[in-house]
Design a protein around this ligand. Sequence first.
Ligand code: PXP
Length: 250
Amino acid sequence: MEHIKLKHLRLGVNIDHVATLRNARGGAHPSPVAAALLAQKAGADGITAHLREDRRHIKDEDINDLKQAIDIPLNFEMAATQEMLENALRVRPIAACIVPERREELTTEGGLAVAGQETRLAPMIDQLKKAGIRVSLFVDADEQELQAAAKLGADIVELHTGRYCDSPAGERRQHEARRIAHGAHFAHALGLEVHAGHGLSFETVSDIAAMPEIVELNIGHFLIGASVFTGLEDAINQMRNLMDEARKRV
Ligand code: PXP
């Protein structure tokens, strides 16, 4: 493996499920913006939010309010639709991460099916990049998908860690970790910036954080769940410490 300069591992905190909790009762509490500000204070390097087509958690006004309120980068997760493209171009986040929302857009393991959708994705990626928005594609650690992402001119690939996190600890999970490590290496060699996320927890974060090509993790559901017990700042601090410890092993 060629030598790579080890970069700071950024933690993007996904606050979608603060909105899930708020929406369970309607009204304004708990506020995703307040959570984002607390995450920022606790040392998050970025805030991630997914405006879904069905608005099941984050709503349009949340995205506007987040963009106004936070000083750290906003990573806008979006489906590959005209409506979401217009939202991204209006909000102008630092980065837009294109994720699958419909079954037919999914690969077998859950990432975006980039290979085969080039004609649909190319103009969207082009418009986002022209607007100065960094484009990330949420994909499986699969060579064909990574090659397709690079060919389309994506700046970033976010590797899907869901299957790794869902696998039982032991050989099955280690096998998934090796698959992600290979994907990270392969993507980096293609010139892509490599992020990872989905399902990461205190138990599963370290092996991913120890992969030198990965420079950002996006973590949501587990952190919001843990914060019910210990508070968001504490949950973020614990995650940050695990990431830093793992990075020392590299
Ligand atoms: N990265 C991407 C691209 C996602 O779509 C999600 C889920 O919204 C996450 C990371 C965070 O996943 P989790 O909430 O399981 O930590």
